[in-house]
Structures are given as C-alpha cells and as structure tokens.
Ligand binder design. Structure first.
Ligand SMILES: Nc1nc2c(ncn2[C@@H]2O[C@H](COP(=O)(O)OP(=O)(O)OP(=O)(O)O)[C@@H](O)[C@H]2O)c(=O)[nH]1
Ligand SMILES: [Mg+2]
Ligand SMILES: [Zn+2]
Length: 305
C-alpha cells in the first residue's frame, strides 16, 4: 500500500514521516524519484516539511520512494561550502529569521540575506528579535531603527523576550494555522521560544558559552511540530551564516524591494549597482532614500555570488 505523509524529522539517514497519529521511521529507497531543485545539488534531497510517498514494510518501518512537488523550499549554502547546499525546510508559509539582541549579538547581514532568499523562494519572511531583556540603551535605539527600516520595506518585525506575554501572543498569532520555520544562529532562543509557546513541545535548550557569547548547537536536527493551537513549526539547528545559493549578480537587486523600485532607471539594464555609471541605485543611496547599511549588505552579497 502506498501512503502520502509529511516528513517531520530527518537525520539524513532516516526520516520520521507522519501517518495518522503515528510517526513511521522511514528510509529512502535506493531507486527513488527525486525532485530537481533547478538542478542544484543538495546534500539532503528529502527535507523536513516535504510530502512524500512511502510504503510500510513488514517490520513496521517505511520506505520513501517519491518526493512530492514542493510549493517552495529554503536553501542555504553552509559556511565555506564545507557541507554543501542544504534544504532547511520545504513547503512553508512563513520563514522566521530569529536573532537575539545580545548573546549572541544581532547580525543584520544574516537578516538581509535571509530576506533575499525568502523573496527568491516565495516564502513570506518575518524578523523576530529575541532577548530584549538583555538590551542596553544603545541596543534599544538600534532595534527601533531596524523596526522603522524593515517595516517601511514591508517586512514584519517582532521584538521581545521569552517571558513577555505580548511577544508570545504575537508569535502565536503568526504561527496559528500556518507552516512556519525558525531559522537563526545557535543560542538565540529558537527552541526556548517553542517550549514557551506550546506546552506540548519540550525541545532541549542550551546555555550560551560565557567565553564566546555564542550558542553550543543544542538542536541537532530540524524537526516539524504540530502546534496545539493549530499550525506547524519547524525548529532548526543554529546556523552561523545564511549563504545564498544559485543567485546571479544582476538578479540580487530585484530581491531588495527598495532597490528593485529604482533599478529601472539605471543606465544599463544589467547594472549591478557597483561600479557602473548612471546608476539610479547609488544615487538613491546618496540621497538617503536607500539605507546605506542595506546597500552595504547588497554589495556584500554581490561579492559572494
Ligand atoms: N535572557 C534571555 N535568555 C533567553 C531568552 N530566550 C532564550 N534564552 C536563553 O538562551 C539560551 C539558548 O536558547 P536555545 O533555545 O537553546 O537556543 P537555540 O536558538 O534553540 O539554539 P540552537 O538549538 O543551538 O540553535 C538558553 O539558555 C535560553 O534560556 C530571552 O528572551 N532572554
Ligand atoms: Mg535549538
Ligand atoms: Zn544601478
């Protein structure tokens, strides 16, 4: 008998697939039909959030033989390409970039890369800044600046700390009845937030290293949870960087809303807004219509594709 189910956890060698009220431990069949994500070679062709066709064997384990067409998927290049290209989650409505204001320090570059990826992969991005209880005065100013900037660009940004009930309520409203994924560096509180939001979730959480102020990679595998108040959330292991995959230089500007609205006025149709004369984007940066920091993020991305 063939069944369709959703992959809720993957270790790379086995998969937990939802089957009614059960989770079936599955392996990939040697010869299986895989999707070709624009022919990008990924290290995990079957990802959490995927819908798969599988068969249940006599011993109760399952064999996955097909991955269903995806609505979307979030891909990233692991640091220095060491671990290749990964699919972080498939078939998601909201991609939530989780950062902490401190411990570990907030990285705007991470947010900007994540936003570009979401624009390209057709995922709705949300920015979540946690640990506001640790914020000093200058952090508060910076977070307010970020709020003004991203809200103007049309990106929702939610800030707060784990014990803040208003913060929790706004995350719940976002997650309810949708499929979302938390993506961010280790130690920002992704798993802690899930534990706080839903009493049925009990993810392991970790301390921050007092030496480096970084997390210790407590969550090791991505996992999809069914929320008791409706919806699905994928918790993922912390990632240091969000490397873009499969972008062309002249394409990136289209995924910055503030750049895409002016780039039609550049002298060259394939302007990369870097060295070209008659560049409307650089002009907009000089006139402070485009934030200099966002433009730096853009140039940074241009540098790495
Ligand atoms: N001060 C403060 N600490 C928090 C907050 N949220 C989480 N933490 C702490 O941050 C530490 C790391 O939390 P985790 O939930 O394990 O972080 P994570 O993002 O899941 O990390 P990885 O699984 O390694 O990717 C824990 O010690 C939490 O108690 C918060 O709002 N404020
Ligand atoms: Mg975690
Ligand atoms: Zn230009």
């Amino acid at each position: 008998m063939q069944h369709t189910g959703r992959v809720e956890k993957s270790t790379g060698s086995w998969y937990l697939v939802r089957y009614g009220e059960e989770q079936i431990t599955c392996r990939l069949r040697g010869k299986m039909r895989l999707l070709d994500e624009n022919s990008i070679p990924v290290t995990n062709p079957v990802a959490v959030g995927d819908f798969v066709e599988f068969e249940i064997n006599e011993d109760g384990t399952g064999s996955i033989f097909e991955v269903k067409e995806r609505k979307n998927a979030i891909l990233r290049q692991a640091t220095h390409g060491r671990r290749g290209i990964q699919i972080l989650a498939a078939n998601v409505d909201y991609g939530i970039a989780v950062q902490s204001v401190r411990q570990p320090a907030l990285k705007e570059g991470f947010i900007d890369r994540f936003l570009v990826a979401c624009e390209a992969y057709d995922v709705n991005p949300v920015i979540l800044i946690n640990k506001m209880d640790l914020a000093k005065t200058k952090d508060l100013d910076k977070v307010q600046e970020l709020k003004d900037l991203y809200e103007k660009l049309g990106y929702p940004i939610i800030t707060g700390s784990i014990d803040d009930s208003e913060f929790q309520a706004s995350i719940k409203t976002l997650l309810k009845d949708a499929t979302s994924v938390f993506i961010g560096p280790s130690g920002v509180g992704k798993s802690s937030l899930l534990n706080a939001l839903d009493p049925d979730i009990s993810q392991k959480t970790g301390e921050i290293s007092t030496f480096s102020n970084k997390g210790k990679h407590t969550t090791t595998y991505a996992e999809l949870f069914r929320l008791s108040f409706g919806g699905y959330i994928v918790d993922t292991p912390g990632i240091r960087e969000f490397g873009l995959v499969g972008f062309k230089a002249e394409e990136i500007g289209h995924f910055f809303p503030e750049i895409s609205t002016v780039l039609g006025n550049c002298k060259f149709y394939n302007c990369t807004h870097h060295h070209e004369p008659g560049c409307a984007v650089k002009e907009a940066v000089e006139n402070e219509e485009i934030s200099e920091r966002r433009f730096k993020s853009y140039l940074n991305m241009l540098d790495t594709v």
